[in-house]
Design a protein around this ligand. Structure first.
Ligand code: PMP
Length: 428
């Protein structure tokens, strides 16, 4: 394979002609494929249909400590659900609160509480001149949307293969009291599929924040979402590391069963120190009498315990793995050696992150759309939707069928090639 940049202008123009013809041919098929969000496909949702049968009118709906799940009571979740999610989040059961149907909602509320009432007695963030959050990039657009919504200034932190650039994180967190938080997706990150190294977690736990109310927002959304049984990433458990480092209150951990059972109808949880949870429960009790215990019980009766979740996730992996492999094979075969893009083959999570030549991402996403493939908007993986290099594209292979995916991947690589050729020609 000759790199495109080493081809002559004439060779590139010739190549472009052939690729354009191919593109028009595919475009004429009038496809409509959505690869924009990390949604599980219907066959993945079907894996959890048994959950509809575990509770019925003849079932006992009283949980272990005698609480009737049909009635009020139990602000922070039923014990069995706490145990299930605690095992998944690798923390003691008493350090867990069970919330409602969405962890994103819990993250929003956590920022909102800090804004209006402060964190454990500190000045509410809304009373401060400036509040800043660190945002590892590329990252999850909905995290950035929350901090943008509250007028919090977001600072880009480049990701490395081991997690966020910790030199920069330490410099900012340890010296600037306006830095109040950092968004982290520490395992199979969205969108790169990177898992933070032990060293990174250790450095996080040993931060010396200038702000007493600085918190790490540790969104472990993909904690059990492996693609392979024999190739799995391991993440050091941060709550314990923070405790050992003398920073027991510095982290809020979030997770949910969204991409385990039903997204939007799962259960979400937060894990943190006793002091943090006390602070949160105090405000939570004003907000609600308690979340949906029937759904919590349904999840517990269906999965039984963490082993049930692990077995269930293998079934998800069997559906997802071939989809990831299809996309990765097409990328390797069609783009390998051309030097017009780079990507990471993840071992878990929901995305493949693609870095195009600088200045090409928006045009690639637009080109693919012309042929009916909708990708996540370019720029979405950065705060304020602004990718300074206009380079990163998030590919979400979970939703289309394998056949659709093959076509979508073809359209994607054709779009990358065509836009890159134009870019290189411009610079020749
Ligand atoms: N965090 C991350 C990193 C995600 O990718 C997603 C889903 N795309 C969520 C949170 C949303 O989780 P939930 O459904 O629990 O709100």
């Amino acid at each position: 394979m000759t790199a495109y940049k080493d081809l002559s202008k004439e060779e590139l123009l010739e190549l472009k002609k052939g690729l354009e013809a191919r593109f028009e041919e595919i475009k004429a098929k009038g496809l409509s494929l959505d690869m924009s969000r990390g949604k599980p496909a219907a066959d993945q949702l079907n894996l959890s249909m048994g959950m509809m049968d575990v509770l019925n009118s003849s079932e006992e709906l009283t949980c272990a400590n005698g609480v009737d799940c049909r009635n009020y009571g139990g602000l922070d979740g039923i014990d069995e659900a706490k145990q299930l999610l605690a095992d998944m989040m690798e923390v003691p059961k008493d350090n867990v609160i069970i919330f409602g149907n969405s962890s994103l909602n819990v993250m929003y509320d956590t920022v909102a509480r800090a804004m209006t009432h402060g964190v454990m007695g500190s000045t509410p963030w809304c009373k401060l001149d400036k509040v800043k959050f660190l945002c590892p990039v590329p990252g999850y657009d909905r995290h950035f949307a929350i901090t943008e919504h509250f007028g919090i200034e977001m600072i880009n932190i480049p990701m490395t293969s081991e997690g966020p650039d910790m030199d920069l994180v330490e410099e900012l967190v340890n010296n600037d009291p306006a830095v109040k938080g950092i968004w982290c997706v520490p395992k199979y990150s969205n969108p790169q599929g990177i898992t933070y190294s032990d060293e990174t977690v250790f450095r996080f736990a040993n931060l010396k924040p200038a702000a007493e109310d600085f918190r790490i927002f540790w969104d472990n959304a993909y904690c059990v979402h492996h693609l392979y049984e024999d190739k799995q990433d391991y993440l050091l458990e941060i709550l314990m590391e923070c405790k050992k480092a003398g920073n027991p209150d510095m982290v809020y951990k979030f997770s949910s069963t969204s991409k385990i059972s039903f997204p939007g109808s799962g259960i979400a949880a937060m894990a943190a120190s006793d002091a943090n949870l006390k602070d949160i429960r105090n405000m939570m009790k004003v907000q609600t009498i308690g979340h949906d215990k029937v759904n919590q019980l349904r999840h517990v009766r269906f999965f039984k315990d963490i082993h049930g979740i692990v077995e269930h996730m293998k079934k998800h992996a069997d559906i997802l793995r071939p989809k990831f492999e299809t996309v990765l094979e097409v990328l390797d075969k069609e783009l390998g050696g051309l030097e017009i893009g780079s990507w990471i083959a993840p071992r878990g999570g929901y995305f493949i992150s693609f870095d195009a030549l600088d200045g090409c991402a928006k045009a690639i996403v637009a080109k693919a759309k012309e042929a009916g493939v909708v990708l996540t908007g370019a720029g979405a993986t950065f705060p304020y939707g602004k990718d300074p290099h206009d380079s990163n594209i998030r590919i979400a292979p979970s939703y289309p069928t394998p056949e659709e995916l093959e076509m979508a991947a073809d359209i994607f690589v054709l779009s990358v090639k065509l836009v890159s050729i134009d870019k290189i020609l411009e610079e020749k």
